[in-house]
Design a protein around this ligand. Structure first.
Ligand SMILES: Cc1cc2nc3c(=O)[nH]c(=O)nc-3n(C[C@H](O)[C@H](O)[C@H](O)COP(=O)(O)OP(=O)(O)OC[C@H]3O[C@@H](n4cnc5c(N)ncnc54)[C@H](O)[C@@H]3O)c2cc1C
Length: 305
């Protein structure tokens, strides 16, 4: 007797969306022996991004904000790999993995796309080469190391003109990522500076640059203003209605014409949809897949976001 073909569900992305879908299906559909579910993610851990700044600011050890995917899922297969492309017509996902990045094709009957977004520098001069980002675990560790390196270098620097940009930190973007990051790094460097004999707290400068009228608009104007007040009390300068328009070796240029002498720009002011979606022949809104109220992609049965 011919073996009955299993229904294959493939979930792309192990962030909040993809992992949550996988955890839900692990307890429901995955119990059905005729269903086979695979989660594909670049890393074999889930990263709790809202606490990323606490790793950058040395408040938490990195193991506190990562959770191994294999430990979280019982009945779902996990594939650690890079999603290269999706072929909706042939119902195939191409994934690369391994040290040689060889390719695998994963066929599906149902597809969940949860690949998140990527950092967008909007082609602003100098940003891609010089700005630090805050999206991955690697970014947070790199930022922490950079903060410490700046303090070390500034401590032994005799020229005030060279020291100043080393002790000036600019964060672009007043959303969750930018506000949490600036609050974390501000506390960190203000505490750490006391361990450096040649540095004083009044040498530090921390600036948040935000294009909108109020920061953290996601939480409403009242909470945004409250956050601005609290950050200012802790020594953070806030520039609203201002954009970063470029960065050079000597500093950060703002849309107001001001130039801030700084060697550290942290960019959290732009994301764009995952480039894997670019070639998909689906209806999109500003590059994002358009979905119905059930998160289904119109015209492509079995595909959801
Ligand atoms: C520093 C920071 C602080 C934040 N704070 C808050 C907060 O306090 N509150 C809040 O509501 N939101 C916050 N956010 C936003 C929140 O993290 C995002 O809204 C959320 O992560 C989006 O979930 P997602 O599943 O769509 O994407 P993601 O969480 O980005 O998940 C996408 C997953 O897909 C993987 N992936 C991407 N491309 C590929 C590929 N080609 N192949 C394989 N895998 C791939 C990624 O590695 C990732 O695991 C913060 C974000 C940051 C960066």
């Amino acid at each position: 007797m011919a073996e009955q073909k299993k229904t294959r569900i493939v979930i792309l992305g192990g962030g909040f969306a993809g992992l949550h879908a996988a955890i839900h299906l692990d307890d429901t559909l995955a119990r059905d022996p005729d269903v086979e579910i695979t989660l594909v993610n670049r890393d074999n851990f889930f990263l709790f991004t809202p606490m990323l700044h606490e790793v950058a600011a040395s408040d938490l050890d990195l193991t506190n904000i990562v959770n191994p995917v294999r430990k979280l899922l019982k009945r779902i297969d996990f594939f650690a790999g890079e999603v290269e492309s999706i072929n909706l017509e042939r119902k195939l996902v191409t994934v690369s993995h391994g040290f040689d990045h060889h390719h695998h094709e994963l066929p599906y009957d149902h597809l969940v796309i949860g690949l998140g977004s990527v950092t967008n520098f909007f082609n602003l001069p100098g940003l891609e080469q010089r700005a630090l980002t805050m999206k991955s675990l690697g970014d947070a560790i790199h930022l922490r190391n950079r903060l410490i390196a700046h303090l070390e270098e500034a401590d032994t620097e005799c020229s005030a003109a060279v020291r100043r940009p080393l002790l000036t930190f600019v964060v672009a973007g007043g959303g969750f990522a930018g506000v949490e990051t600036i609050a974390g790094i501000n506390d960190f460097i203000r505490e750490a500076v006391h361990f450096y004999t040649n540095l004083r707290e009044d040498m530090l400068r921390v600036v948040l640059v935000h294009p909108g009228n109020v920061i953290l608009l996601e939480l409403g104007e009242k909470l945004g203003r409250y956050t601005e007040k609290k950050l200012a009390e802790r020594g953070v300068e806030i520039r609203v209605n201002t954009r970063v328009i470029g960065v050079t070796d000597s500093g950060v240029q703002l849309s107001t014409g001001e130039q801030i002498e700084s060697k550290a720009l942290i960019w959290t002011a732009g994301t764009s949809p995952n480039p894997v979606l670019d070639s998909l022949p689906c209806v999109k809104e500003r590059g994002r897949l358009k979905v119905d109220e059930m998160l289904r992609v119109p015209d492509w049965p079995g595909v959801g976001r």
